[in-house]
Ligand binder design. Structure first.
Ligand SMILES: [Zn+2]
Length: 154
């Protein structure tokens, strides 16, 4: 879901106006699924270990994983040296399949540091990888233009 590079500002605005409601509708559709999702840090750890077991043969086992509020430019980050993961609380409102992708992405970084072929192979088992990447690109794009999603459109 890359924004076509040749768009004028007006056209770009129009593109955003079209894409954001789509994301919002998806989000509303998935709101039900979210309720069962991770809430506290312990829930987040339990959920991460389930995902690791299901998609990474249980090989990624973080020592710590927590929600953080002060992460403005990244949805998540991993420090392989001390096997810790931080997940931005900004993704809390996103559909569960996007949250799961972010968790798996960071879990995979405990096994492979960079974004090389081996890294992406780890994420192949997860069926929503491409869709989630597109969702996050759209969300980052909207956020960088001050569209909060909550109040940007009715
Ligand atoms: Zn990464």
């Amino acid at each position: 879901m890359a924004v076509p590079g040749h768009l004028s500002t007006a056209e770009e605005q129009e593109w955003v106006q079209k894409m954001v409601p789509k994301l919002e509708r998806k989000r509303a559709q998935n709101a039900g699924k979210m309720r069962g999702g991770p809430s506290g840090d312990q829930d987040l750890m339990d959920h991460a270990l389930r995902l690791s077991g299901r998609y990474l043969d249980g090989r990624a086992r973080p020592k710590s994983i927590k929600w953080v509020d002060n992460q403005n430019t990244r949805w998540g980050s991993a420090t392989p040296a001390n096997e810790s993961i931080r997940i931005s609380s900004k993704i809390r409102g996103m559909p569960q399949w996007v949250i799961d992708y972010v968790l798996l992405h960071e879990l995979a970084h405990l096994l492979v540091a960079g974004h090389n072929t081996r890294f992406w192979q780890l994420l192949e088992a997860y069926p929503d990888t491409e869709r989630a990447k597109a969702f996050l690109e759209g969300a980052a794009f909207a956020t960088s233009r001050g569209l909060s999603g909550e109040t940007g459109l009715d």
